[in-house]
Design a protein around this ligand. Structure first.
Ligand code: ADE
Length: 232
């Protein structure tokens, strides 16, 4: 690994559920090329009993199981003893909502721990002491935080220079300038009578840029007017 490598440690209950998306395509290639150093940690490896239990019933009663302090502290403290981390991020539906800006910021970090919960949640003492930031990937509840951790990792990794072949393609994405992306077309120019807009075929780059800006703005006004608030 070189000294610009981003290291991400994902601490979770079911690492198998994200092994494939974290090993294939663009993220997989970034790992092979040493741009990202990704490690999956199974909390069951830190269980104390032979049944590998890491959860128990909630104090005060109620449905669902809670991940216990000890396996999480043991795993994360081991990592913290090995290197300095910029953040220990807990993925949870009651966290701060993920945005492109947060992804941009995190892509500049050096070492990150992503903690994914499961069952009903994790013991609050983990959140109070080890966790430095809490992120939600949207207002819905998943069966576990693993997929949320994979989503966050994917969104961060693709921003690291050199990971996506065409750097401009990343800079033009939806949300990068608080607007949604313009429509895209490829060959053929006429598919069953469905035509590509003339402006894109003409080679007039200024006109194409103008058209894309107009399309972006119109789509954003229609679908996400909230993104334009505060913009003149
Ligand atoms: N775990 C379960 N649901 C989640 C969500 N929406 N975001 C982050 N982590 C989660």
């Amino acid at each position: 690994m070189n000294n610009t490598t981003l290291r991400i440690d994902i601490v979770c209950v079911v690492p198998q559920s994200i092994e494939s998306p974290m090993s294939t395509s663009i993220v997989g290639r970034a790992r092979e090329r040493g741009i990202v150093d990704l490690h999956l940690h199974n909390l069951h490896d830190y269980a104390k009993d032979r049944f590998r239990h890491i959860d128990d019933t909630p104090y005060g009663g109620g449905a669902g199981m809670i991940i216990q302090c000890e396996p999480v502290f043991d795993c994360i403290e081991k990592l913290l003893a090995e290197r300095t981390y910029d953040d220990v991020i807990y993925l949870t539906p009651d966290g701060e909502q993920l945005t492109q800006k947060i992804c941009n910021d995190l892509s500049l970090k050096k070492n990150l721990i992503l903690l994914a919960g499961h069952y009903k949640g994790i013991d609050q003492r983990i959140r109070d002491t080890l966790v430095t930031r809490e992120i939600s990937i949207g207002d819905y509840v998943l069966t576990g935080g693993e997929i949320a951790a994979a989503v966050l990792t994917d969104a961060i990794v693709r921003l690291i220079p050199g990971v996506v072949g065409d750097a401009e393609s990343v800079l033009d994405d939806s949300f990068m300038h608080d607007v949604l992306d313009a429509p895209h077309y490829t060959k053929p120019a006429d598919f069953r009578g469905l035509k590509v807009p003339d402006v894109l075929l003409g080679g007039n780059h200024a006109a194409i840029r103008r058209w894309r800006e107009e399309q972006s703005l119109r789509k954003t006004q229609e679908r996400r007017p909230d993104l334009l608030k505060g913009k003149s």
